[in-house]
Design a protein around this ligand. Structure first.
Ligand code: NAP
Ligand code: ZN
Ligand code: ZN
Length: 369
């Protein structure tokens, strides 16, 4: 069923409660690539029959938020309200919502809609919708063309098919980063069946990297942290890494040449992919999830020797995101976070640029007054 069907449905019950009207909502936005994020008012749409409205309690800060706020990927629509690691409590639902009710703990990740009809959407791979999905912020609503606004705000409205169930067994603030950092690392680890008997290297110990370490270790792989920051070694081991290598030290890299079955590269800035490709064993796969704005220079010789593969992976679809949330709840896995007030978001971005976050900033939305 498409969104179009749902909004034009002639069978809406006449005696339904009054529809929740569009509502003015406090948020933080960037108005231009060089602008700091600052208070801004947005309008959340009146509830459609299958919409869920929820109060945002916490929102994680992804490096993609920074890339987007500053238009580093060249696709930002301003004003941009970033935030796609969103958790909160349902305040209202449309007449035809069946999966949620007021009071439920819920989340929204990187997507709020997709075509629902292409083969990828039918297979639960909405992140690869061939028609074009709708991202949570800086996208365009499929029905009215409005700009989508993300989680640096007090409340959000989204179609129930793009809303996730959140268990109350883990601290809510620590669950928020699972909605992007969690699923973006869970999905490739599952796709390539990484687990027992595999040697996994994780490049970059930030938001994505620390979730890759936790999940990789939980799936039974031997995990090596490949980091530029020597001071993170102790944390890497505490998070589940069995080994640590300083990537700025050529000798430490040489020692691991041809070692890994899989490498997950989470680096956000320009770096040398060839350096890491050489660490792969025969038939090894390096999976890029980090998204530096500049194209990579890959020497084919890094791939030919050892029949290596260079692959990419983008977030995850809705069914797999729910599966990941349920897996994390069952196994007590959540993010290591630093909770911040929204007024500190610009400083948080600067710290993130210096690789100085342990290991995800999460905004306490009560600070947005
Ligand atoms: P983050 O928290 O800032 O972590 C990035 C880490 O990369 C840093 O902590 C640092 O770790 C390492 N690093 C930074 N600059 C480096 C450099 N020049 N050379 C080598 N290592 C460097 O960022 P994040 O939120 O995890 O996001 C990482 C990237 O993934 C971003 O580009 C983001 O846009 C992208 N992303 C992609 C998807 C997807 O669907 N594929 C989803 C979400 C995010 P060390 O200190 O350990 O070296
Ligand atoms: Zn993200
Ligand atoms: Zn589709």
């Amino acid at each position: 069923m498409t969104n179009k069907d749902t909004i034009s449905s002639p069978q809406a019950p006449v005696a339904a409660r009054a529809p929740t009207p569009a509502s003015v909502t406090r948020a933080y936005a960037a108005q231009a690539p060089q602008a700091r994020l600052a208070p801004f008012q947005i309008e959340r749409r009146a509830l459609r029959p299958r919409d869920v409205q929820f109060e945002i309690l916490f929102c994680g800060v992804c490096h993609s938020d920074l890339h987007m706020a500053r238009n580093e990927w060249g696709q930002t629509i301003y004003p941009v309200v970033p935030g796609h690691e969103i958790v909160g409590r349902v305040t209202a639902v449309g007449d035809k919502v069946t999966k949620f009710r007021s009071g439920d703990l819920v989340g929204v990740g990187c997507l709020v809609d997709s075509c629902r009809e292409c083969s990828n959407c039918r297979n639960g791979l909405q992140q690869y919708c061939t028609v074009g999905n709708v991202v949570t912020y800086s996208g365009r609503d499929r029905i009215n063309g409005d700009i989508t606004y993300g989680g640096y705000s007090k409340q959000i409205v989204a179609d129930e098919d793009f809303v996730l169930r959140i268990s109350d067994t883990l601290p809510l603030a620590q669950v928020a980063p699972l909605l992007c950092a969690g699923i973006t690392t869970y999905s490739p680890l599952r796709h390539w069946n990484v687990g027992k008997g595999h040697k996994l290297g994780v490049v970059g110990l930030g938001g994505l990297g620390h979730m890759a370490v936790k999940l990789g270790a939980s799936f039974g792989a031997e995990v090596t942290m490949l980091s530029t920051s020597p001071e993170k070694e102790e944390d890497a081991r505490r998070l589940g890494a069995h080994k640590f290598a300083l990537t700025r030290d050529a000798a430490q890299l040489k020692e691991r040449a041809g070692y890994f079955d899989f490498i997950i590269d989470t680096v956000s800035a320009k770096h040398d992919y060839n350096l890491y490709l050489r660490l792969l064993a025969t038939d090894g796969v390096m999976i890029c999830v980090g998204a530096p704005p500049t194209p990579a220079e890959v020497a084919v010789f890094s791939l030919m020797g050892g029949r290596r593969s260079l692959a990419g992976s983008g977030i995850g679809g809705l069914p797999e995101t729910q599966e990941m949330l349920d897996y994390c709840a069952a196994h007590g896995i959540s993010s290591d976070i630093e909770v911040i007030d929204i007024a500190d978001i610009n400083e948080a971005y600067e710290r993130m640029l210096k690789s100085d976050v342990r290991y995800r900033f999460v905004i306490d939305m009560a600070s947005l007054r």
